[in-house]
Design a binder for this molecule. Structure first.
Ligand code: AMP
Length: 192
């Protein structure tokens, strides 16, 4: 199984690159932000609870997100591999993911970190906010809060996966296809 994590701050291009990676490597996409927004749209209790955090630019509690990922993976048991997008975002989530994958007799193959400077990220998110309809892309305070959460809670995952020898960093500024080519070069080194 090929299991990838696409890593990086909000606006780094994780969703865009995930779509291209899925096409080439036939992976199942797990984007926790998309799953949470779908729950909200469906008006579930989980969705309404999560919305409070999302609209403030805060992370949703680990137990909620981990449970959601577990359900999703169980319902895609025949998958040839997964690409995790926007998950894990904390060390406890990463530990839970390692344990879940072990239950499935597999593991993370590589973590691909997209490097983009903050000024460029704010520009991209404000632009995306004009068309995505996402409330958390439209307000600068919320965007800044998402970066703070990323710095404090998500960035430590670089160390977590570097210690496992799985973290690879890729320049996230440039042409979409050029970035994709560089990501594929990393993936091809770990693909069995
Ligand atoms: P995203 O679409 O990945 O930018 O996620 C949008 C929002 O959903 C985030 O700002 C968080 O509030 C929430 N969220 C998505 N994934 C996670 C996660 N793995 N852990 C906690 N909160 C998450």
């Amino acid at each position: 199984m090929l299991n990838l994590i696409i890593f990086g701050p909000p606006g780094a291009g994780k969703g865009t690159q995930s779509e291209k990676i899925i096409d080439r490597y036939q992976l199942v996409h797990i984007a926790t932000g998309d799953l949470l927004r779908a729950e909200r749209k469906a008006g579930t209790v989980l969705g309404n609870e999560a919305n409070e955090y999302i609209s403030r630019g805060e992370l949703v509690p680990d137990s909620v997100v981990v449970g959601m990922v577990r359900n999703f993976m169980s319902s895609h048991a025949g998958a040839g591999g997964f690409i995790f997008d926007g998950f894990p975002r904390t060390i406890p989530q990463a530990e839970a993911l390692d344990a879940m994958l072990l239950e499935f007799n597999t593991a993370i193959s590589a973590v691909l970190g997209l490097e983009v400077v903050e000024d460029e990220l704010v520009k991209r998110l404000m632009l995306r906010g004009q068309t995505s309809g996402r409330v958390d892309d439209q307000d600068e305070d919320t965007i800044r809060n998402r970066f703070r959460e990323y710095q404090n809670k998500t960035l430590p995952l670089q160390g977590y996966y570097s210690e496992q020898g799985k973290y690879q960093s890729v320049q996230g500024i440039g042409e979409i296809d050029e970035i994709f080519t560089n990501l594929c070069a990393c993936i091809d080194t770990v693909k069995s």
